[in-house]
Design a protein. Structure first.
Length: 313
C-alpha cells in the first residue's frame, strides 16, 4: 500500500524522523506535536513497523505472485517475496525521484537549523516507509490493474482481475474494500479509506476554523517581515520552484528556515494542532462504529496473512 496522509494526505503511516538542529524549549514542544502519532486518528491506521502490518504486506505479495503465475507470468515461479518487501510498483519508464521532504510531519518544517541546510528537500537518511520499484509494462498492468491505451487486459489470454493481482490479494485478506473516496481529486481505495478520508475531511474543516486562519495570518506576517510572501506554510513548501532541482537552492533554504522560525515564533504548530485535534476527535465520535469495524477487519487480515505465510513456507 502506498503511503498517504497530510500534508495533502501523503505519507500515510510514515514514521516521523525527528532530528534536532539545536532549538530547545518551544521548538521541542512544537516538534512533539508535529507528528502523525500526536493526532487522534493515527490510532486507526496500522503501524508499518508492527509484525501484523508486515505480515499483511508479505502475504499480499505471496498471493499476488500466485495470481501472476495463474495469468501466465512464468518468471514468478522463482519470485522472492523478500525482493519486494516495503515497496510499491511503478511502471517502467515513469519512475521519477522526488527529492522533497517526506510528509512525516503534518505541519511541515519545524527546525530552522535543518531547514537552512536542506530546505524542503529530503534529508539524508530520511525515506518514506515504502519505496518505488519499476516493473515492465505488462507486469505492472497485471499487478495493479492500471492500463494505458493499447495495454492488453488479457496477458497470455487470461483476464487481469479488478485492481490487478495486488488488488485481488488485498481482497482475499481484507474482504471487500470500503466505498472509494476522493481526496484532492485523487480516487482513494483500499482498507484504510475510512480513516484517511476522515483525516482529510477533519483537516479541511479545521482549516476553516478562525483559530487556524489566525495562525496562518500570524505566520504570513512573520514571513513578510523577512521579505517572503506566502499566505500559509503549505504554500511555501509546495512552491513549484523547489521541484526544479535535486538539491535545494539558496532561496529554498532561506524560505524553509524562515518558515520553521516563524512557526516557532508565532506558536503556529501548537495553535493548529489544537484545532485539528478537536476536529479529529469529533470525527471519531461521529464515526466510531465505522472505525471500530475497520479495526476488526485489520485484525482478521493479520490472522489471514499469517495463515498465508505459514502455508507458503
Amino acid at each position: 500500500m502506498r503511503t498517504l496522509l497530510p500534508l495533502v494526505l501523503t505519507g500515510l503511516l510514515a514514521v516521523t524522523a525527528c532530528q534536532s538542529g539545536g532549538d530547545t524549549g518551544a521548538g521541542d514542544d512544537a516538534r512533539d506535536l508535529n507528528t502523525m502519532e500526536s493526532l487522534p486518528l493515527h490510532a486507526y491506521l496500522p503501524d508499518p513497523e508492527s509484525g501484523g502490518t508486515k505480515a499483511v504486506g508479505t502475504a499480499q505479495w505471496i498471493l499476488a505472485g500466485q495470481c501472476m503465475l495463474r495469468l501466465g507470468f512464468t518468471g514468478f515461479q522463482a519470485f522472492d517475496v523478500r525482493s519486494v518487501e516495503s515497496t510499491y510498483p511503478v511502471r517502467r519508464g515513469t519512475l521519477t525521484v522526488d527529492g522533497r521532504v517526506a510528509a512525516d510531519t503534518p505541519y511541515g518544517a519545524d527546525d530552522p537549523g535543518l531547514a537552512a541546510r536542506f530546505g524542503y528537500h529530503e534529508r539524508p537518511g530520511q525515506q518514506s516507509a515504502e519505496q518505488p520499484v519499476e516493473w515492465a509494462a505488462d507486469q505492472y498492468t497485471a499487478l495493479t490493474g492500471t492500463f494505458r491505451t493499447g495495454d492488453s487486459r488479457r496477458p497470455y489470454g487470461r483476464p487481469v482481475p479488478e485492481g490487478g493481482c495486488l488488488g485481488e490479494a488485498r481482497r482475499k485478506l481484507y474482504g471487500a474494500d470500503p466505498r472509494p473516496a476522493e481526496i484532492g481529486g485523487v480516487r482513494l481505495t483500499g482498507p484504510y479509506t475510512v480513516a484517511v478520508k476522515l483525516w482529510a475531511d477533519a483537516r479541511e474543516q479545521a482549516r476553516k476554523d478562525p483559530a487556524w486562519k489566525n495562525a496562518d495570518r500570524a505566520w504570513a506576517d512573520c514571513m513578510k517581515e523577512r521579505g517572503l510572501r506566502y499566505p500559509a506554510p503549505d504554500q511555501a513548501s509546495a512552491d513549484p520552484a523547489w521541484f526544479r532541482a535535486d538539491k535545494p537552492s539558496a532561496r529554498e533554504r532561506k524560505t524553509a528556515a524562515a518558515d520553521a522560525r516563524c512557526k516557532l515564533d508565532t506558536g503556529y504548530i501548537k495553535a493548529v494542532h489544537a484545532v485539528e485535534t478537536r476536529a479529529q476527535r469529533a470525527a471519531i465520535d461521529k464515526n466510531a462504529k465505522a472505525l471500530e469495524d475497520r479495526q476488526t477487519v485489520q485484525e482478521r487480515a493479520v490472522a489471514a496473512a499469517r495463515k498465508v505465510i505459514a502455508e507458503a513456507s
